[in-house]
Design a protein around this ligand. Structure first.
Ligand code: CS2
Length: 489
């Protein structure tokens, strides 16, 4: 029977004395991305500064805690390059709390004097906000709960506001709120959502937060597929110990952080993060180039039967489409000063092609209502306002609309996951396969498309043509037809 990963069974000791590490960070949303990205950077910090250990918290499910508690919260960080795999044990996670059953412990961690940073990866849907306005959604079920039970919040905004309120009452300095989610101007967005929620409770508290709490923006980038049973078996075969929840990722990692920390921070630059005064250019490039391409190839690739990103980008038609989307429709919208953007594009195509990463198109296709505004629609708006073409970008939107019909091109059911899945599915069902009804029905969803895009007849007409082609002829033919209309790269 193989031994379970733990401090006692560690093959190679950690590069620091784990018993000397104290918690300086509470992280909300202890998912695979955080454990592959920020927690790995912090693991490097601990080699020279033990004050920045992480206390993690799961807001939705206890499964991460259940998996890691028997392992002293250690886990395997598996980096799969095209040539080799490297495994490192990460020790920066000191505890994982289940917010639903350990609420008091979580509040105690948030209010601890040595907690100076609260970071978040709660995904786009975790902020209970309207993606087109960036404002808190006062009608969100979690917000309604937290307004009714301010001392027992369950949402990320509710937890942050309650902790800041208690820290203020105890005479403690506030922590810095460090958003690590794929949102535009993520620090400003979280500040708006948190002060918006506080204002619903107590305007003076909202003003205190606006005045005293730092919300630096960040750009985060690392591809992290969901961990599979095969990944667990691979770790056991390579290390000889059983790890209930390793994380798998790529060699590439990037973290750009605005240097605005009211209560101190680790030396992030020493472990490879970039400290800047303005993250926006980096975030613009990443959200539009990587994530816009990701969502486009995810929907169209899934419809064409490609389970993994590497298969989708390996399809010549999709590769030509994505190359053209980035080169002709995204890169011209990027600000100057970002270096060699052609090289950035080519590096993205290489990263997407990594066959060692089993990154499912279905995983990326999730939560499209929360992702499309910042990944595709912002770029579309900007180009439409200048009378520029958006045909590749709009095919990504049309692909998402076709995906929402819930049936793939073989007639098999698509498991559509989205906070608005019921509403979107109803619209798609009412459309009954009619492209115009599908497009016009979905464009009415204000949380996704705002009030402007449904007025743009040229864009609507293009979407209808593309959605009709996807429904009548399939994604492959539609992509071929689109690519044929352009000079090949
Ligand atoms: C992906 C992102 O699942 C998704 O929506 O597009 O998680 C992507 O892998 C990361 O942003 C890469 O940095």
């Amino acid at each position: 029977m193989p031994q379970r990963l733990s401090l006692a069974t560690l093959g190679k000791p950690l590069p620091y004395d784990r018993s000397a590490v104290t918690s300086g960070i509470v992280h909300l949303g202890i998912g695979a991305f955080h454990r592959a990205h920020m927690a790995a950077y912090i693991d490097d910090v601990l080699a020279f500064d033990p004050a920045w250990g992480i206390t993690g918290a799961s807001l939705r499910r206890p499964d991460t805690r259940d998996a890691l508690a028997p392992q002293d919260f250690l886990y395997s960080h598996v980096v799969r390059g095209t040539e080799r795999t490297e495994i490192k044990v990460i020790g920066s996670l000191l505890d994982v709390l289940d917010a639903n059953t350990q609420h008091d412990a979580l509040m105690a961690a948030l209010c601890a004097p040595n907690t100076l940073i609260v970071s978040l990866t709660v995904t786009e849907k975790g902020y209970c906000h309207d993606p087109t306005t960036g404002q808190i959604d006062p009608g969100h079920h979690d917000i309604l709960h937290d307004l009714a039970h301010p001392e027992m919040p369950m949402s990320a905004p509710g937890l942050l506001v309650r902790a800041i309120e208690l820290r203020r009452a105890a005479g403690l300095q506030p922590f810095t709120v460090l958003c690590c989610d794929n949102l535009p101007a993520n620090g400003e967005t979280v500040a708006r959502v948190v002060t918006g929620f506080a204002a619903l409770r107590d305007k003076a508290l909202a003003e205190y937060i606006a005045r005293h709490v730092s919300f630096p923006s960040t750009m985060v980038d690392r591809i992290v597929p969901a961990t599979t049973y095969e990944d667990r078996r691979d770790v056991l075969e390579r290390t000889g110990v059983e790890d209930a929840w390793p994380v798998v990722t790529e060699p590439f990692s990037q973290w750009v952080i605005e240097d605005d920390f009211s209560s101190g921070r680790p030396d992030f630059a020493r472990v490879g993060a970039q400290m800047v005064s303005d993250v926006k250019p980096f975030e613009h490039m990443k959200l539009r180039m990587l994530n816009g391409s990701h969502s486009t190839l995810a929907y169209l690739g899934y419809l064409m039967g490609h389970e993994f990103v590497s298969q989708a980008i390996g399809d010549p038609g999709i590769r030509t489409l994505i190359h053209g989307l980035m080169t002709e429709e995204v890169m011209p919208t990027l600000p100057p000063g970002l270096g060699d953007v052609n090289a950035y594009r080519d590096a993205l195509l290489q990263r997407f092609s990594n066959p060692a990463l089993k990154h499912r198109t279905w995983q990326i296709a999730m939560d499209g209502s929360q992702k499309l505004p910042q990944r595709l629609l912002g770029t579309i708006r900007e180009r439409l306002s200048h009378g520029q073409s958006v045909s590749r970008l709009s095919l990504g939107v049309a692909g998402w609309m076709r995906y929402l019909t819930g049936r793939d091109e073989k007639g098999q059911v698509i498991d559509v996951r989205d906070p608005l899945a019921t509403q979107l599915g109803r619209i798609a069902e009412q459309a009954g396969g009619d492209a115009e009804q599908l497009v016009r029905g979905l464009l009415q969803v204000k949380e996704i498309f705002g009030a402007d895009l449904k007025q743009h007849e040229a864009f609507i007409s293009l979407l209808i043509t593309q959605a009709k082609s996807l429904l009548d002829h399939g994604a492959r033919a539609t992509i071929q037809n689109l690519n044929a209309g352009f000079d090949q790269p």
